[in-house]
Ligand binder design. Structure first.
Ligand SMILES: [Zn+2]
Length: 216
């Protein structure tokens, strides 16, 4: 996924599986309430984007949590997650196309194509655009296989199952290798992101419910 490639986000790496807290099993459904803004993101929110004065974190009338607000002009800097649009492109043989990432985070590891949704496109348009940019494949997004929250990375990831309708797999500096994997041959130890792992497992539960646990 092109997390941060067009919008550099060097500290927001915690969607990487290797960044997980080894003492706890992370879950897409784990309550995140009360953790506040991730430190790497808070570090970039120092000044009011309207007037340039300093932002201050504190209670505000009518707000149910502390907010970053500008003391000079009253602007409230709400901090919300961003949507990452991704696809699992499926070949006619029922294999899923992944790419080996050429850039950090997760360089050298496998992920599905995807990236940040732009402000002037639909979720499906974003998924199609990112998939084409990163793999050379033209896809038609179908059903949503899952929607995953990673509060530490300030992202929500949507993953569509997608039919490949054109194009051809192409390697780029972003994607060192683009290739399909059979349901029983997913390179689990080399999957870059926790959200990629969740999406692949949810897809496998649909297409190969009889695959035994060790293969998924
Ligand atoms: Zn201001």
């Amino acid at each position: 996924m092109s997390h941060g490639q067009r919008q550099p986000n060097p500290h927001g790496l915690s969607d990487l599986r290797r960044d997980d807290d080894p003492t706890g099993r992370p879950s897409a459904f784990e309550p995140a309430a009360g953790r506040g803004v991730p430190a790497w993101l808070a570090a970039s929110l120092n000044h009011c984007s309207r007037c340039g004065a300093a932002l201050r974190l504190g209670p505000l009338p009518g707000e149910d949590r502390e907010r970053l607000a500008c003391e000079a002009c009253g602007y409230i800097a709400y901090v919300n997650p961003r949507l990452v649009v991704t696809t699992l492109p499926i070949t006619d043989d029922g294999e899923v196309v992944l790419l080996r990432r050429g850039i950090e985070p997760g360089r050298g590891l496998w992920a599905q194509p995807g990236g940040f949704m732009e402000i002037d496109e639909t979720v499906q348009e974003g998924a199609v655009r990112e998939t084409l940019e990163e793999t050379g494949l033209v896809v038609e997004p179908r059903e949503i296989v899952g929607l995953y929250t990673r509060p530490e990375a300030a992202i929500v990831v949507v993953a569509f199952v997608a039919r490949i309708v054109g194009g051809a797999p192409v390697a780029t500096p972003e994607a060192l290798e683009v290739r399909p994997f059979a349901p029983g041959a997913i390179p689990w130890p080399e999957i870059a992101f926790r959200t990629t792992e969740w999406a692949l497992r949810d897809w496998l539960r649909r297409v190969s419910p009889d695959l035994d646990e060790e293969h998924r």
